[in-house]
Design a protein around this ligand. Structure first.
Ligand code: PLP
Length: 402
């Protein structure tokens, strides 16, 4: 930004992996007068969103909606299903898995943490081996972050389900879908997930402040005997009120208006098209990074997340400085780095309400910033991304014409 300017023109490019840009249509849906949360109009809205959100988790079972960020929904998942001293199996895929494990410890659980170098997702074989060793079947839950937002690595929940079954283990499966839901395929029922934890501010294109627990019958049964203390997060209270479309406490009515609209928008685009768009944007981003001659943090393609790509800078280059130059010069935000890699990478979020042209802008700003920040790289990243997008859109256009 020029030194004598106090305003940056144009829209800010919010290329962090959440919160993501909120579409104008959602903002307009939220911009409504408040209504009585015990009145008939609210009941209709409540019933509509409580049913609608099930289609996003691909479940016919209840989905609980909290006025809390994703961290609250993590706590709800653990506290409704587990008891003090319970052993839980977690995988250190990155920063968010680590924070979830810290929460488990604080709540009095005994997490067993499978280590990784933060450059891969959770390996189902390692989970299976760990569960097989638990002959007394004392591990009560396997907790996995589907898309580790901090690293850009995704784990296969279908494979992890198979691993738990192959070990013949009765542990519950708890999955954090915060940066995957509504961006990549997710099947709560089909994959036998017991609690799926979601957040508003990523694929659902909403402001932060709302989160979800999709719960299986097995999880509901576990909640009857689970002894961890809980009050605000108590599932029972919510489910009783949901029968008539109400909440046990003052609901975030405006957010529910937004959610109603975002669910409609996702279905208007078609979930499969939403997922294909995210795959295309992710692949275009990775091609740009490779063309720059830079390294993708996620080191095994089978774990690539379709929602975020972390880009390692060469040794001696500070990723926070890179992000600062990008923000000041191009009015664009990229995601920060964490843990052992702090300042070593920046993240390009490619999820939520963004399209091909937005992504090309975001990659263009990144390529220019590499030059301005003095990071050695090759030119042609944006060209590689454009070539990929143009060829995939050409295939789509031809298929539509046939
Ligand atoms: N889990 C994942 C995968 C996340 O990306 C985040 C936040 O970005 C969280 C959990 C924590 O959610 P919140 O910040 O909404 O509390």
């Amino acid at each position: 930004m020029p030194q004598n300017a106090s305003r940056q023109p144009g829209r800010h490019f919010l290329q962090i992996p959440g919160p993501t840009p909120v579409p104008d249509r959602v903002l307009r849906a939220i911009d409504m007068p408040l209504i009585d949360q015990r009145g008939p109009e609210f009941s209709k809205l409540g019933k509509r969103v409580l049913e609608g959100i099930k289609t996003i988790f691909k479940t016919t079972q209840p989905v609980i909606i909290y006025t809390a960020t994703g961290t609250g929904a993590w706590e709800a998942a653990l506290s409704n299903t587990l008891s003090p001293g319970d052993r839980v199996l977690m995988v250190e895929t990155g920063q968010f898995a680590t924070l979830w494990k810290v929460m488990a410890e604080r709540l009095g659980l005994k997490p067993e943490f499978i280590k990784t170098d933060w450059r891969v997702g959770a390996d189902p074989k390692v989970i299976e081996e760990h569960l097989r060793k638990d002959k007394a079947q004392e591990i009560k839950a396997v907790c996995v972050v589907h898309s580790e937002t901090a690293t850009g690595c995704m784990s296969s929940i279908a494979e992890i389900r198979k691993a738990i079954d192959a070990a013949g283990h009765p542990a519950l499966l708890l999955v954090d879908t915060i940066s995957s839901l509504a961006s990549t395929d997710y099947r709560h029922d089909e994959w036998g997930v017991d609690v799926s934890i979601g957040g508003a501010q990523k694929g659902l294109m909403l402001p932060p402040g709302m989160s979800f627990n999709a719960v299986s019958e097995k999880a509901l049964r576990a909640s009857k005997t689970a002894k961890l203390p809980r009050s605000f997060f108590q599932w029972d209270d919510m489910l009783t009120m949901y029968k008539n479309g109400y909440f046990p406490y003052t609901p975030a009515t405006q957010m529910l208006y937004g959610l109603d609209t975002s669910i409609t928008m996702l279905h208007e685009e078609g979930l499969d098209n939403v997922f294909a768009r995210h795959d295309r944007l992710a692949e275009a981003t990775r091609r740009a990074v490779r063309a720059w001659g830079l390294e993708i943090l996620c080191r095994d393609p089978k774990y690539y997340s379709p929602t975020v790509t972390a880009v390692l800078l060469p040794d001696g280059h500070d990723a926070d400085q890179f992000r600062g130059v990008a923000l000041n010069t191009f009015n664009i935000s990229y995601g920060a780095s964490f843990g052992p890699y702090v300042k070593k990478y920046f993240r390009i979020g490619h999820l939520g309400d963004i399209n091909d042209a937005t992504l090309i802008g975001a990659l263009g700003a990144a390529e220019m910033t590499l030059t301005l920040a003095g990071v050695p790289h090759k030119k042609g990243g944006v060209q590689a991304a454009m070539d990929y997008i143009a060829s995939s859109q050409n295939t789509v256009a031809r298929a539509a014409a046939e």
